[in-house]
Design a protein around this ligand. Structure first.
Ligand code: GDP
Ligand code: IMO
Ligand code: MG
Length: 438
């Protein structure tokens, strides 16, 4: 009974979508269980590129059931847009989608609140959210008074909820926004629009907690698709420059409703360097020519917001922390090809703070802001790696890099990725990823 989790171990965009896609064929069910349309997971199948924000990446493989579990904050318009797009591209298998009636629904006021709050931080540095209403929707979920779950959309009380929320949200938004920027929300319009969404999505809505529990008990193979990365975890990441859900391995059970006893493998996804989108401390950032070279070679621009991603060297202090936090068994080292052609390579092995060396990841961002990364320099390679099919095809310097990363993180590397395509995947040892169809 394998329950496998795919968890990003940095600040997101580690190429989780590629690995989920590769592993989907060996599973019966693929589950998104936290986050929402702030995610942008890219899957490349032959000459087709799919960018999924809300639907699990397993949706591209036929015969697999895809689940959006209760821990997700759900934008119905985005889900419909993705379903329509997939259908227009002849991905037929969307029938096997189940959306939890427990997901909290994102409403227009959440987008407005995201804009207001993210330009109003106390220390002047914005979180730089994706503006997808994620934080405000999770805020309402925890606050309870204004929360609306997908199951509520099918009840007679839904109109009353919308009228109540619209009135209250207009009141607070009017107080927060400059007069010329405030546009009152209209309850009737929202009600009609969301009733339409509800009708369209009705065939997919289900009690996914019950479904997943029964599936786990019956020994079905479940793949949990983490969104974001562990350093963005609301409890254990670089708070407050985080997202609003548990995006590290600790979030799998609470988001999906599947207890930890059914999870028997956690795969950590790690980029061969580091990227971050939005604000917040980033000790290994290379805000210079090296960072620009990595950005250009890795095409490091946001999948969702198209923002240029901040780029830097690999930080093994951070990744060792997040791999322990997520209970990682093995690592997929992604985008190794992007490092070709650099003059030399650096890996951060420790931090220095106030003259003291440490390998402990600081719990407070003020400390993280002050750390000086300590680097080890490794020889680079000039060869193009994108055609490599096995470790034997990699230059010695690349092999050394992979080995050293594994040593420093203290976790075996199960797979190395040298390009976006399924076939650009090199197994290390007896990885199950080798069975993937190109
Ligand atoms: P996710 O959010 O973790 O799924 O990652 P994103 O899709 O946001 O970003 C990863 C990007 O890297 C996508 O454009 C992928 O197609 C691409 N990609 C995945 N693996 C590799 C790789 O090994 N090398 C290169 N060059 N690109 C890759
Ligand atoms: P995937 O799943 C990278 C970042 C945002 C911002 C912070 C909070 O594709 O890896 P939010 O909108 O969640 O309130 O924004 O989190 N962020 C991501 N960065 N990849 C993601 O998802 C992200 N989802 C959110 O840039 O800094
Ligand atoms: Mg992404």
């Amino acid at each position: 009974m394998p329950g496998t989790c795919i968890i990003g171990l940095q600040w997101g965009d580690e190429a989780k979508g590629k690995i989920v896609d590769l592993l989907t064929q060996q599973h019966d069910i693929v589950v998104r269980y936290q986050g929402g349309a702030n995610a942008g997971h890219t899957v490349v199948v032959g000459d087709k590129i799919y960018k999924l924000s809300l639907l699990p990446s397993g949706v591209l493989t036929s015969g697999v059931t895809c689940v959006i579990a209760g821990g997700v904050v759900f934008n119905p318009a985005k889900a419909i847009e993705e379903l329509d797009e997939l259908q227009s591209r002849n991905v037929e298998d969307c029938d096997n989608l189940k959306i939890s009636d427990r997901v909290h629904v994102i409403f227009p006021w959440h987008f407005a609140e995201d804009r207001v709050h993210d330009s109003n931080t106390s220390d002047g540095e914005n979180i730089g959210t994706t503006q997808r209403g994620i934080g405000p929707c999770y805020g309402d979920k925890v606050g309870r008074s204004y929360a609306i779950r997908l199951g509520d959309l099918y009840r007679d009380t839904f109109r009353k909820q919308v009228i109540h929320n619209t009135k209250e949200k207009n009141r607070t938004l009017a107080a927060l926004l400059p007069k010329d920027e405030f546009r009152p929300l209209d309850a009737d319009t929202i009600f009609e629009q969301y009733r339409e969404y509800a009708e369209r999505l009705k065939p997919y809505v289900a009690d996914t907690t019950e479904y997943l529990l029964s599936a786990a008990e019956a020994g079905k193979r479940i793949l949990f698709e983490g969104a974001q990365g562990a350093l963005l975890d609301v409890d254990h990441g670089t708070y407050p420059f985080v997202t609003s859900s548990n995006s590290s391995g600790v979030g799998v059970s609470n988001g999906s409703g599947v207890p930890a006893r059914y999870i028997n493998k956690v795969i950590g996804i790690v980029k061969a360097y580091t990227t971050r989108v939005g604000g917040g401390p980033f000790p290994v950032e290379q805000d210079n020519e090296i960072g620009q070279q990595i950005r250009d070679q890795g095409n490091e621009y946001g999948t969702v917001t198209k923002r240029p991603r901040r780029c830097g060297w690999l930080d093994t202090v951070a990744v060792r922390y997040t791999s322990r936090l997520s209970g990682v068994d093995s690592i997929c080292l992604m985008l190794l090809d992007v490092l070709s052609g650099l003059e030399e390579l650096k890996i951060c092995t420790a931090y220095e703070i106030d003259g003291v060396q440490t390998t402990t990841f600081p719990s407070h961002i003020d400390d993280l802001r002050r750390v000086q990364p300590i680097y080890e320099t490794l020889p680079s390679w000039q060869e193009d790696l994108t055609q490599a099919q096995s470790l034997d095809d990699l230059p010695q310097a690349a092999l050394n890099y992979v080995d050293r990363v594994s040593q420093l993180i203290g976790i075996p590397i199960e797979m190395v990725s040298v390009g976006p395509a399924r076939s650009q995947t090199i197994p290390v040892g007896s990885s199950p990823l080798v069975t993937a169809t190109p």
